[in-house]
Design a protein around this ligand. Structure first.
Ligand SMILES: *Cc1c(COP(=O)(O)O)cnc(C)c1O
Length: 425
């Protein structure tokens, strides 16, 4: 079942979105979004909403955040003309380099902004949850910078799988709490973090890592990640004198994509393409392509598209990239899909790996496996639309993925890279 919107309804919703009228007063993006949290959390969410209204666009807060983003987090990140990929794909390719932001991905934009907001709101501690550990590391770093204690919930299985990130969080002063309940991965960690918040809604700030969850998080995270698209739009206009034909980003919860897309939503001629994790294929449990294969429902406090079975049980998901391995997606993406403003597609594990290897030799850049999905989607688009200008969100760097790459590609150093032009051995 899909949410049906007429063309006229779609146009009206896009106009409201562009006019800054969405989310509405109930936190809804058209049919999606809202606030489906336990009763005990409603006062905390209401306080957060009031805090967001008071501070997020307050000139003093904006100036302070801007300065921290510049002096501490390394913004603005560069826009790189991808000469090698352009030649190979027959297109004009540009990369927005979030891999060069502090802690190696776009996640720091959100973590820093929310940590500063938590401080303003008088919180005594920050709670977060993490799957692969990237959001945990960004949050630990931001909390250390801001000077607020940080507790990160992490599934016991993920703690073993992502040991280097656990150590990074610990060195940054965070307390990492192993979660032994449920599936002992991200979903259980989210449940546990919510439980902690219910126990201390006054003193704690819950720092959510993507454009998902109950209102006001999808809005808050989008506003904090919009810096990616604002910079990229200015940079590509300066460099090329015009706008791109297509803008491509990977979609897990959807924060880097919504941040990159948002400033282009009003540019009718710019095609926006979100790439989900196609995993091993379209079978149940083999992917995390929520918009491509999902149905509407409520997950983690929000009505959006999600992967569940007929009984409403959330499906297990799979992706080679931990950051895309989530059964839900942000409500604003669900709306943009329903009204057709953004096209959502998938890249499989193999396509992402191949795009990663091509980027390595063509550009001298090792992208994150998540970002490699955007590269794979962009490559497909460029090859169908030769000569066009394509902007790709390179959401993070791939150093964290080396253990996975070594396992999948193999340890043989002479296996090399199939995209390399070096003579075969
Ligand atoms: C976490 C992560 C993602 C996925 O999260 P979104 O909220 O969808 O952006 C993508 N890329 C990288 C590098 C990540 O670390």
């Amino acid at each position: 079942m899909q949410v049906e919107l007429s063309a006229a309804e779609g146009r009206a919703l896009l106009t409201r979105l562009l006019g800054g009228k969405l989310p509405d007063a109930h936190g809804r993006f058209g049919p999606f979004g809202g606030c489906y949290a336990p009763e005990a959390l409603m006062p905390a969410l209401a306080r957060l909403e009031a805090g967001v209204k008071q501070y997020l666009h307050d000139p003093k807060f904006v100036a302070e955040l801007g300065k921290e983003l510049e002096q501490w987090a390394g913004r603005p990140t560069p826009l790189t003309p991808a000469r090698g990929l352009s030649k190979r794909w027959g297109a004009e390719v540009y990369l927005k380099r979030e891999d060069l932001a502090h802690t190696g991905a776009h996640k720091i934009n959100n973590a820093l902004g929310q940590a500063m907001l938590a401080k303003r709101l008088g919180a005594e501690r920050v709670i977060a949850e993490t799957g692969a550990g990237q959001h945990g590391v960004a949050t630990a770093a931001a909390c250390a910078r801001v000077g607020i204690p940080c507790i990160v919930y992490m599934g016991a299985i993920d703690i073993v799988r992502q040991a280097p990130n656990v150590d990074r969080m610990a060195q940054l002063g965070a307390e990492v709490v192993p979660v032994e309940s449920g599936n002992r991965t991200l979903r259980a960690a989210i449940d546990e973090a919510f439980r902690d918040w219910v126990g201390d809604p006054e003193g704690s700030y819950y720092l959510l890592g993507s454009a998902v969850g109950p209102h006001p998080y999808p809005y808050l995270v989008r506003e904090l990640q919009r810096v990616i698209g604002k910079e990229a739009r200015r940079q590509i206009t300066e460099v090329t004198g015009g706008l791109p034909d297509a803008v491509v980003a990977c979609v897990g919860g959807g924060s880097n994509a919504i941040g990159l897309f948002h400033p282009f939503l009003g540019d009718e001629k710019v095609r926006l393409i979100g790439v989900e994790a196609g995993g091993r294929g379209p079978g149940l449990g083999d992917h995390s392509a929520t918009l491509t294969n999902g149905t509407p429902g409520v997950l983690h406090g929000c009505y959006s598209m999600l992967l569940h079975d007929a009984d409403g049980q959330v499906q297990e998901t799979h992706s080679i990239s931990a950051g895309l391995d989530y059964p839900g997606v942000g409500p604003e993406h669900a709306l943009l899909d329903a009204i057709g403003r953004v096209s959502y597609t998938t890249a499989t594990d193999d396509e992402a790996l191949d795009a990663l290897q091509e980027c390595c030799v063509a550009e001298g850049l090792l992208p994150a496996l998540e970002s490699a999905h955007a590269l794979a989607g962009a490559r497909r688009w460029a090859q169908k639309n030769p000569g066009t200008r394509v902007l790709i969100g390179l959401s993070g760097r791939g150093d964290k993925d080396m253990p996975t790459l070594t396992k999948v590609i193999g340890r043989d150093p002479y296996a090399g890279n199939p995209h390399s032009e070096a003579p075969a051995r």
